[in-house]
Design a protein around this ligand. Structure first.
Ligand code: SF4
Length: 738
């Protein structure tokens, strides 16, 4: 569906702009130069920067294509008689404001909810949180970062008293002797990061933990390290076993434990029963490899432990990340100048997006909305009575479960998210969205979620706007405008300010990103994520001088590139060792009948497997952007289900055959990709695709009880051949979510 006219390139200013990639949290630096004769309005070149050293991945190189996309939205859309039609800004905004007023009057402010995104700039994330609390008065705001970072964040907060993905600059990894990388396929998700792993590989110390022999695990070949391939869902047991060996074999840093931590005795008791043979039995990793790994980690020079979503997107993700932190603390790594622990943030502003008020329990500066002092501090900046601010809301999975429910959410405003693809149990999410009285989506293309909206507002995209983001290493960077947005498109800052005025909201609603950042900085002063010493002007000056800005950055400071050198963020300065154990699970009973009454021709040959979902090099998150870039979709046009050749042979499936992956929640059709990189008991699906290829049709809306993180990495499914109709079967598959 094409809405409006393609963006004009005639408005492009002539100067080149130094900015950063629109996609992941590595935030590779790039220069955009106007290119009137090109297929896109700007030419992309990699720029030297500590995170990417001039390198970009395919997504970065092709990122300008969307700026000229014929699918670009350039006018608001309103649903009338079941179809979206163009509308004026005034009509669209008044439709939203009048609906919000009516819903709030009838059912109270919590009948309206807001869903944000980890790709929004700090300024947008901040203003969105303020808009929810001050203009709407709702407690119901959360964001898609809940799907990515919440378990690692919860673990970091309880162990260290602070949540910064990498508490050191990413370039510190260059000098590592040993890196234990758990559940992260950086070779596919952020390839320029690999240059920082080269030292550990050269030293034979890259240890990758992944049930798949991923592209990153392949990098451990030829003496570069080791690949540990645990059974899906056993990462926590593996970490308990490694900690057991470190303690039992006298490898722990006793002085560090005494001086910098609390809780070692309880931790020692908690891992005592996880002896190596028992861990081997649970994980499938040989005892000898467990011992070698533990002893390698304790060699005493340049050791880093890093986690990613593979170990975190589980119902025990917080505990697994905690177990990784415990191992790091027992080895005495966090805060040492040559070692450390960290987690690799995924989304472009996944770090900053979780610091400034999009989370249901949070106010700017990583302040707690339930804390009276934090409420008073932020309310003073906003010029409102702290008693008018709502309390804590609910995390994203719970919020999505309230859509259209009695006493739940009647109106939802979505910014920078595509929940119908990225949320677990996608059928249920789609049904909830359809049950709303008002769904408003801000986007620059008609995403899968926007296609269901009552009102769609066309917004600026990365190269058309100013702002800041915070990288995976807590470095605040500047997003710079390289060209003017198309006529008819507005910034979300302008949209929120306009709606605030229509709703007669108190407080100031600046639309200049520099002014919004200045207010954010004031609101964060004294908080954990303190940005009060920063401004756009200072960041620009520092960029020109090659000086980095890492938070906390209180007024009068030079920022904090490295945390924990002398103390952790708990009041006593010590890290917490938190004992954790695997929890009993209710084994999922997959529906042995064809789900949703759909007929299949798969016959009797089927297998119960564990589904793991993840990313491909060519695509980003829900694919709303990258599925619209021809070079990327040409390379990865659709979902492929990775199966082990032996599993496939048992099911009569050949490479490229269509397969059905199903359970009680849904059914996905994908072409088989046979590879020995995957375990016999596992199937892998990328989560970037829509309709019948949407992996989240299968995942459950169950979440970690501490963090609210859904379990994307462990779903029981039935896999079988999907007949031999090839493309006809795909075309005939029901459009889902439906
Ligand atoms: Fe860099 Fe990530 Fe962009 Fe690739 S997607 S160019 S790794 S920021």
């Amino acid at each position: 569906m094409t809405i409006g006219s393609p963006p004009s390139t005639a408005l492009a200013p002539p100067a080149a702009a130094d900015t950063h990639c629109p996609y992941c949290a590595l935030q590779c630096a790039m220069t955009l130069t106007p290119d009137p004769a090109g297929s896109a309005p700007v030419r992309v070149e990699g720029r030297m920067f500590p995170t990417n050293r001039g390198g970009l991945c395919k997504k970065g190189w092709t990122s300008a294509a969307l700026l000229a996309s014929p699918e670009r939205l350039t006018t608001p859309l309103i649903r009338d008689a079941g179809a979206l039609r163009p509308a004026s800004w005034d009509e669209a905004l008044e439709r939203i404001a009048s609906s919000l007023r009516a819903i709030r009057a009838a059912d109270g402010p919590d009948a309206v909810a807001v869903f944000g995104g980890g790709g929004l700039t700090n300024e947008k994330a901040y203003l969105l949180g303020k808009f929810a609390r001050v203009a709407l008065g709702t407690s119901r705001i959360d964001y898609n970062g809940r799907f990515c970072m919440s378990s690692a964040a919860a673990a970091g907060n309880r162990a260290f008293g602070i949540d910064r993905g990498l508490p050191f600059p990413v370039s510190d990894l260059d000098d590592a002797d040993t890196i234990l990388l758990l559940g992260s396929n950086v070779a596919a998700t952020m390839p320029p990061l690999l240059s920082h792993l080269a030292g550990a590989r050269a030293a034979g110390g890259l240890i990758v933990v992944d049930p798949r022999r991923s592209q990153t695990a392949e990098l451990t070949a030829d003496g570069a390290g080791a690949h540990l391939q645990p059974a899906p869902g056993t990462d926590l047991v593996l970490l308990l076993g490694l900690t057991h060996i470190v303690l039992a074999d006298g490898l722990a840093d006793r002085d560090y434990l005494d001086e910098r931590t609390v809780g070692v005795d309880a931790l020692r008791r908690s891992v005592a029963s996880w002896w190596p043979e028992r861990v081997q039995s649970a994980t499938g990793i040989p005892v000898a490899l467990l011992r070698t790994t533990a002893h390698r980690l304790a060699r005493g020079r340049g050791t880093y432990i890093l986690t990613g979503r593979g170990v975190e997107q589980h119902v025990d993700g917080t505990d697994t990340a905690t177990a990784a932190i415990n191992l790091a603390l027992v080895l005495g790594l966090p805060g040492r100048p040559d070692s450390g622990y960290g987690t690799l943030t995924g989304q472009g502003n996944g770090q900053g997006g979780r610091e400034h008020g999009q989370k249901s329990d949070q106010l700017p500066g990583y302040r707690k909305i339930a804390d009276p002092a934090d409420r008073a501090a932020v309310a003073a900046v906003w010029g409102v009575d702290p008693d008018t601010l709502p309390g804590s809301g609910v995390p994203a999975v719970q919020l999505l479960g309230m859509l259209g429910e009695p006493g739940g959410v009647r109106a939802l405003l979505v910014h920078g998210a595509n929940v119908v693809i990225s949320g677990p149990d996608a059928h249920a999410v789609a049904a909830g969205l359809r049950a709303l009285d008002l769904l408003v989506v801000c986007d620059f293309v008609l995403s899968d979620t926007a296609a269901l909206a009552d009102v769609v507002l066309p917004v600026t995209q990365w190269a058309e706007e100013e702002g800041t983001l915070t990288t995976l290493e807590g470095r605040i960077i500047r997003r710079r405008r390289a060209l003017a947005p198309p006529s008819g498109v507005r910034s979300e800052l302008e949209i929120l300010a306009d709606l605030a005025a229509r709703l007669d909201a108190p407080s100031e609603w600046p639309t200049d990103p520099a002014l919004v950042f200045a207010e954010l900085a004031r609101a964060s002063a004294g908080g954990i994520a303190d940005y009060s010493g920063l401004s756009h002007a200072l960041l620009d000056a520092q960029l020109a001088a090659g000086v980095a800005a890492h938070w906390p950055y209180p007024a009068g400071s030079d920022g904090t590139p490295r945390l924990f050198a002398e103390r952790f963020a708990h009041p006593d300065g010590r890290a917490r060792l938190v004992p954790v154990q695997p929890r009993e699970r209710d084994p999922e009973a997959p529906d042995e009948e064809p789900p949703h009454g759909a007929a299949t021709d798969e016959g009797a040959q089927s297998a119960l497997l564990t589904l793991i979902t993840g990313r491909l090099l060519e695509h980003y998150q829900s694919g709303a952007q990258t599925r619209r870039v021809a070079e990327l979709t040409d390379a990865q046009p659709r979902a492929r289900a990775e199966l082990h050749p032996a599993t496939a042979a048992r099911l009569g499936i050949a490479d490229g055959d269509p397969v059905a992956v199903r359970n009680a929640r849904g059914r996905v059709i994908a072409d088989a990709l046979l590879t020995e990189r995957i375990r016999l008991d596992t199937v892998f699906l990328p989560f970037h695709f829509a309709d019948a290829e949407c992996a989240n049709l299968l995942t459950a809306a169950v979440a970690d009880p501490i963090s609210g993180m859904p379990e994307f990495k462990r779903t029981t499914v039935v896999v079988a051949a999907e007949g031999r109709q090839g493309a006809g079967a795909r075309a005939g598959a029901a459009r889902v979510p439906a």
